[in-house]
Design a protein around this ligand. Sequence first.
Ligand code: FAD
Length: 531
Amino acid sequence: LDQFCGRINILLLLLALSSPCKFIQSPTDINHLNNLKDTSLNLLQSTSKASVDFGRFHFSSPSAVLRPKSPAEISILLSFLSSSSSSSSEVSVAARGAGHSIHGQAQALDGIVIEMESLPPAIEIRKLIHGEEGFSYADVSGGTLWVDLLEEALKFGLAPRSWTDYLYLTIGGTLSNAGISGQTYKYGPQISNVLQLEVVTGKGELLACSPAKNEELFYAVLGGLGQFGIITRARVLLQEAPRKVKWVRAFYDDFQAFTMDQELLISKPEKVDYVEGFIVLNANSVLNSAMAFSAQLEFIAELQKDNSKVFYCLEFAVHDYGTEETKTQRVVNEIAIRLSFLRPFIYSVEVSYYDFLNRVRMEEMSLRARGLWDVPHPWLNMFVPQNGIEEFKDLLLDSISPQAFEGPILIYPFLRDKWDANTSAVLPEFSPAVEAGGSGRVVYVVGLLQSTDPSRCSAACLNELLRRQRRLAEVTAGDRVGAKQYLGRQASPAKWREHFGRQWDRFADRKSRFDPLHLLSPGQGMFVRSA
Ligand code: FAD
């Protein structure tokens, strides 16, 4: 019955889209459709959520929102749109995960937004029995939040290996980008930790894919920015979860010492389980990030002695499995001896694995309480080759006002060879000129995660911040630094081609194969919908 209702709903949506007014625009039409109770379709009355994202400065209204109850409903919709020569030929479709994009990437102007969170959330855990060959894994819907997967996996003593800093993002949303955090140097991004996918292509085909089956589709979709298909299910690798985590912060006033120590730590994956870091511009940089570190107030006093000085905070973690072999404090002491931080400014706390992974939630709650969560977020994320990181940092500091900057500036390294070059994700191109002297293995993530309080930063101020970011991204994308944007939206299809560089032909080829009419993810601004 559910399947039958699903089909009726899709037919109604298609009818609406191919009606003479093309979209349901008059209140009578909307009321008529809204009167159809218990339908998974929601027209206009719910499109406001679909026209907003975490960035809060890009708003495109769709004409309709689909809340699918099964992947088959998505398949029916895309099959119709890709085969129809009717008035729906201008309609495009965007999957919306948690809507945590910045630049409207999950929006579809006058098109259809598919709310992935409405797919049934069933999470199936397969735990390897002792002595059995293979991997533990979870089969999970594309609209599931990572935090829900974590909670379910922990019941089996398991957890995914690779994370994002924030867990209220969907599986399909982060797999469409890359999914990175302080574990990326060790296990690669989330897209390197997936065994198979179920995808509805732009042609409406519902296909299972993996490195062994429909291989091209599998790799295209991972890091594919929603361009090739909609991820309806994913098989995510799991491993034994530690019970606790020793979480350490050490402070520096020398950038080179800071990055050299980060690189030292990522060369020790057998000892360290997480490596990140951030720039300390002012007391808020420390206060707002991870309230768990109350002892670091002592460092804030030091910081306030000279307001013009910039500091750096190295963050690492060691997992505690509660066995005799893992004496985390001993490991931390061994590591600390080899680091060149400003003595005595090193702090550690012990927290549960869940609290460690969910640490940004605490910040979210605090910002929400102060009315500073649902505000514009002009964020910029860049991947920077190791040899360009110092110059990038200097250009970055020249482009901001350190005392006024609200939000963290993350900097941490990962290893290029943990990324699968078959996926669609883009890293800085390996250039012998830029990488001279280095191995070329190390790439840095730099994230300017700025919040703007509308009472203090007007529309003109926000535009100025965005202009400066664009400038920084453009200048550092040049040969001298060789950086690439992550999670960004390029200004035009031509800029996208530049961004992909040598990978563009493969990307365009995959697009013509899996979404030839350019139906999918119009919010990325990559391809123009064709009839
Ligand atoms: P959406 O914003 O809803 O969608 C993003 C894109 O993916 C759109 O183009 C959309 O059409 C497409 N899409 C969505 N679902 C699917 C699907 N099932 N199949 C195919 N395409 C789909 N990223 C990191 O890598 N590391 C971090 O540490 C990190 N931290 C973050 C912290 C915060 C507070 C926020 C707001 C974002 C963070 N991000 C991080 C960025 C985040 O990974 C991306 O914004 C991601 O797209 C968010 O997932 P979402 O579910 O909200 O996707």
